[in-house]
Ligand binder design. Structure first.
Ligand code: GDP
Ligand code: MG
Length: 166
């Protein structure tokens, strides 16, 4: 089985950390600055039974100028053409405008959306349950998977879930 997976999430939720963990090498540039990862970066994760091609979907901001609008189109096309969308959020912070903006954008897509609650290493299990409640009413997510991209927790489980969408 083989297919494309797009990764979306506001800056600093851990998209690059996740990709680096999965791909086992530094392909995406890690930075606190939202604009660093301007281009789509692709990486391939291969197992005995599957091949996943990851597409980083950076630069999803409110379109203030021409470049913003162009990048929105690029992002929308990416989301439409992939087998599944990984929507990463920072579970240790409250849902914010950046997350809500992406949620609005995802409302019209037919691609299955997998909500990834990242940074579980920073929260109490009760908080995790609370966050699941907050997010699950926002969109009809196909799956909700808590992980720690930094520590590597539950990454295997997420990859297993992803494989079922290829
Ligand atoms: P991106 O902007 O979405 O690509 O986010 P990055 O991957 O650059 O991560 C932003 C910051 O969050 C970095 O300092 C990471 O080390 C940190 N980070 C990412 N994932 C985790 C995680 O699971 N737990 C913790 N504690 N920090 C994380
Ligand atoms: Mg990044």
């Amino acid at each position: 089985k083989s297919g494309f997976i797009s990764i979306i999430g506001r800056p600093n939720v851990g998209k690059s950390t996740f990709m680096n963990k999965v791909l086992g090498q530094k392909v995406a540039i890690m930075s606190d600055k939202p604009q660093t990862t301007r281009n789509k970066i692709q990486g391939v994760h291969t197992t005995d039974t599957s091949q996943m091609i990851f597409i980083d979907t950076p630069g999803i901001h409110k379109p203030k100028h021409q470049l913003g609008e162009h990048m929105m189109k690029v992002a929308r096309n990416t989301l439409r053409e992939t087998e599944a969308i990984l929507f990463l959020v920072n579970v240790s912070e409250e849902i914010g405008r950046g997350d809500e903006y992406i949620i609005e954008m995802l409302k019209n897509t037919r691609t299955p959306i997998i909500l990834v609650l990242n940074k579980i290493d920073l929260v109490h299990p009760d908080k995790l349950i609370e966050q699941i409640e907050v997010y699950k009413d926002k969109l009809p997510f196909s799956e909700i998977v808590p992980i720690s991209a930094l520590q590597g927790n539950n990454i295997d489980k997420l990859l297993e879930v992803l494989e079922s969408y290829l």
